[in-house]
Structure formats: C-alpha cells, structure tokens
Design a protein around this ligand. Structure first.
Ligand SMILES: Cc1cc2nc3c(=O)[nH]c(=O)nc-3n(C[C@H](O)[C@H](O)[C@H](O)COP(=O)(O)OP(=O)(O)OC[C@H]3O[C@@H](n4cnc5c(N)ncnc54)[C@H](O)[C@@H]3O)c2cc1C
Length: 468
C-alpha cells in the first residue's frame, strides 16, 4: 500500500497561489518530461503535479503544505542523473529547481561564489571564467544543475588533482522536510562549528532536504593544458603504469583508461577517427600548469615512466582543436554506447591499484553469464564505468541474467575494498545492492538520520532505502 495521500483540488490551488499558475504543471503532456532521467534502463513514473518555485520561501511553503498533507516530494535539477534519483516513484510532487537559476555572487577577493541550486554547470563555468576564475569540478554534463551536482556529489575526470563536488561546497541553504530553512557554512574553508550539516546534505540525493543555495570554492584557471594519449598492448599493462605516473612529481588533473572496443564505438558515433585506434588499451593523462617549462617537464617525466611500462607510443594532440576533439570523444562515450541497445551502467570504485584485477574478474563474470561488458573510466581514482550490453540476447535472457551479473559485479568490487557507486549515486537503480551489501551498521545509521530529518518519509521516497 502506498503510504501517501493523493493531491486534492484544494492543494493544487494552494500550490498555484504559492508559485503562480504558470509555474504549476498538471496536464499529462507537461508532466511527462519530469517522469524520467538519463538512467540507461529507464523506469519512468509520472508525478501528479510539477511545481516550479522561484525562491527559497516558495520552496519552504511547498514543503510545509506537502508535510501537513503527506504528499511525496521529489526534487529535480537538470534530470541528467544516471540512477533514477529524480524519478517520482510515488507520484506526488516533482519540485523542479529550474527557475532558481541565478548566480547570486561571484566574489573575486575570496574566490567563492553563491548560486541558486538550479544554475547549470555549463552556465556557471562560463560565468566564473568571465571573472578570471575557475571551478575545476567537471562531472561530464553541462546541462546538470549545481544543486544536482551537490545532491549526487558528482565527480568526473578532474578528480585526481581537484577532488569531487564535495571538496568545493563551503555551505548551503536548504529547506528541510517540514519547511524549515537552514543555512550552513559560508565563504571560508575552516569550520569546526558543530556537526557538518553541509557535508551531510552533499550526496544525499534529495532524501534529506531541498538544496536551494550553494556557496562554492573557486580557484584560478591554469594557463596551459595538455593531454597525453598513450596506447598500450593491453589493459592490464596500461593500469599497471598508473601508480608510477602519480609519482612523477606533478599530479595530473585526471587519468582515464579505455579499451579498443569503446574507441571503435565512439568513432562510429562521432564519425571522427582517434589516433592509434588499432591498439588494445589506452591511458589519457590530463596535465595542466602555469609555466611552459613546468608542463613540458611533467610531460617528459610521464612519457619516460609509461615507456618503462611498455607503452607503445605517447601522442600529444597539437593545438587547441585537436585537444578539444580528443576530450570531446571521451565525453561522448556514454551517448555513443547508449545507441547500442539495452545497456546497463555501473560506476563501482575500487582502490586504483586493483582496477586491473577487478576488470579481469568482471570480464570473467561477463563470460560466465554470457553478457559482453564494455569498460572505461577514471584510472587515477579507481572509478570504473562498466556497461553490460544486451545486444544478441532476447529480452527475457537480458532481464533474467542482468541482475545476477550486476550482483556478482558489486560483490567483486566490495571484496577488493571498493564500493558500489563512485559518482552517480544510488537513486533506485542501485538501491537493491546498496541495501544488501553495505555494512549493516552504516546502513542503519543512515536510516536513523533519514528518519530524524524526514519523519514522514516524504522527501524522495523509494531512493536509497526501499522503505519510504
Ligand atoms: C552524458 C552524461 C555524462 C555524465 N557524466 C558524469 C560524470 O562525469 N560524473 C558524474 O558524477 N556524473 C555524470 N553524469 C550524471 C549527472 O550529470 C550527475 O549525476 C548530475 O550531478 C545530476 O545533476 P542534475 O541537475 O541533472 O540532477 P537530477 O538528475 O535532476 O537529480 C539527481 C539527484 O539529485 C537530487 N536533486 C537535484 N537537485 C536537487 C536539489 N536542489 N536539492 C536536493 N536534491 C536535488 C534529485 O532528487 C536526484 O536524487 C553524466 C550524465 C550524463 C547524461
């Protein structure tokens, strides 16, 4: 039995009076686009209503009405999530932050910015660059919102040097399940003032509060950026080279790994050839700095190191266009692979020196279950993206075999000291595995926090925990 109430006509009128009639969607056509995200195996669910607030006070009023009437609320940013996090499984309200998209302040002196949660990553990067500053977290998709990035603790390619979204969030304003507004942190790095509520909300996937404002740390942009694209005879050899690259004296921004099959898939998708595509495996090392001599020295050291690990060659795209094209091809892996038909996506993370061992086990599991798996990911931080591919299987075979394979994959990652999700979050896609495999004490503590902050269970029910 669904433990929530349905909307009444009076409530619809009440929401309209809070945000204005134009910011409430009730027709099926309008609601449809809020029923899904970018998860590979979509399981859409229609909200009963979509409410689009313009400010924090409106969010608070909506939450108060929802709490009193026991209506579920699913926060939504750009809808680019890959785990079904913003899909309203229990209907109710989708609360879309799309109109809270103002950059409130870019503070050059403190190198910080305060934004509304609906600002997109792309708009933010552009605005910050206009002030001669840099927000170096780049979680792959420009149309994602900063609120969504914070709610999923998004990662991306730059994590080796800079870390992930969490490391740039200095404070938030959020609306809790009962409509209370809280403000945490500020324009400072040091803060030991009570519990760290900022970081509790980071990665909470809309289950603990609605993030309305964010204070972010910024930095200065590097003057020089280069990419080393390095073919290897096989993936194991490529991965074995990573620890020594990290000892070269300069921390690369990112180290990506990929195999021949994904290169062929993306070449077909973009219609663009990638150099050395005939080889079996590759590392893509991103370096940056301010002095040409410093960057050149880093390149030489990395080249020397990978050659001692049997790299076949070291290719450095010359010029901005070639560099951008190579990066663009890497960024298009997911769109390209999605075209292959039914696919799944896991973003397991393991200690980076165990990636090769993990992949060996994963490939052998794939063979055992008769499912091809394409792998690529962030070699510098152990985050492995795995795509089981359903091509050649009947629908029944795919649906029966896939959950068993996924369960075996997560078990293999955890056995190596890894965890279920490195950057895409749990949503409902990985909920089963999260509840089954996580340390029971940690899981119970998380559930206790959820119950304390959202006693009626109205915030994003059906995510992380299977009990609303
Ligand atoms: C092509 C592509 C590439 C991608 N590459 C990466 C990558 O490299 N790294 C990476 O980490 N991710 C990546 N992603 C996944 C996705 O972009 C991120 O998960 C992103 O952070 C989601 O932001 P969003 O605004 O779209 O959030 P949504 O999808 O709308 O929501 C995601 C979750 O956050 C919650 N939420 C959203 N806004 C708020 C808010 N204001 N307050 C509280 N909760 C909220 C939702 O309820 C949901 O649980 C990629 C996605 C695509 C399609």
């Amino acid at each position: 039995m669904i433990p929530f109430n349905s909307l009444s006509d009076e409530l619809v009128t009440a929401f309209q009076s809070v945000v204005g009639r134009n910011n409430v969607f009730i027709s099926p056509e309008e609601r449809e686009r809020y029923s899904r995200d970018e998860m590979p195996n979509p399981r859409p669910a229609m909200p009963e209503i979509v409410v689009v607030p313009g400010c924090t006070k409106e969010v608070a009023s909506i939450m108060r009405l929802a709490a009193v009437n026991r209506i579920p609320v699913t926060p939504r940013g750009g809808g680019t999530g890959l785990s079904g996090g913003c899909v309203p499984l229990f209907g109710g309200i989708v609360l879309s932050l799309e109109k809270m998209n103002h950059i409130i302040e870019i503070d050059e002196a403190n190198q910080t910015s305060r934004v509304e949660a609906g600002v997109t990553l792309g708009d933010f990067q552009e605005a910050v660059a206009g002030h001669g500053l840099n927000y170096p977290v780049y979680p792959g998709e420009n149309s994602a919102t900063l609120g969504g990035n914070v709610a999923t603790n998004a990662g991306g390619m730059m994590a080796v040097k800079y870390g992930v979204t969490r490391h740039f969030v200095l404070g938030v304003e959020a609306v809790m399940s009962d409509g209370r507004i809280i403000i945490t942190g500020g324009k400072f790095v040091k803060n030991t003032t009570g519990y760290d509520l900022t970081q509790l909300l980071v990665g909470s996937e809309g289950t603990l509060g609605i993030i309305t404002n964010i204070t972010l740390r910024l930095g200065l942009p590097p003057k020089i950026k280069e990419i080393l694209y390095i073919p290897f005879p096989d993936l194991e050899t490529a991965i074995e080279a990573v620890p020594d690259i990290l000892k070269c004296g300069i921390t690369p921004v990112g180290i990506e790994f990929m195999e021949k099959n994904i290169i062929q898939i993306v070449e077909k998708y973009t219609g663009r050839q990638i150099p050395f595509h005939e080889h079996e495996a590759f590392l893509m090392v991103l370096v940056e700095g301010n002095l040409e001599s410093e960057v050149l020295q880093a390149i030489e050291k990395i080249a020397e190191s990978v050659r001692s690990h049997d790299a076949i060659d070291v290719f450095i795209p010359s010029g901005e266009k070639a560099r951008k094209e190579l990066l663009d091809s890497r960024e298009k892996f997911y769109q390209a692979i999605k075209k292959l038909g039914p696919i799944e996506l896991a973003d397991v993370v393991v200690p980076r020196n165990l990636i090769a061992r993990f992949l060996k086990e994963v490939k052998s599991l794939g063979r055992m279950h008769g499912i091809d798996i394409v792998a690529y990911g962030h070699a510098g931080d152990g985050n492995v993206h795995l795509h089981p591919i359903g091509k050649g299987l009947s629908r029944d075979e795919w649906e029966n075999k896939l959950p068993v394979l996924m369960s075996d994959i997560y078990k293999a990652g955890l056995k190596l000291g890894g965890t279920i999700s490195g950057e895409h979050g749990i949503g409902f896609d990985k909920m089963k595995y999260f509840n089954k495999f996580m340390h029971s004490g940690a899981l119970e503590t998380m559930f206790t926090i959820k119950k304390a902050l959202d006693p009626e269970g109205i915030l994003n029910p059906g995510k992380l925990f299977d009990i609303p």
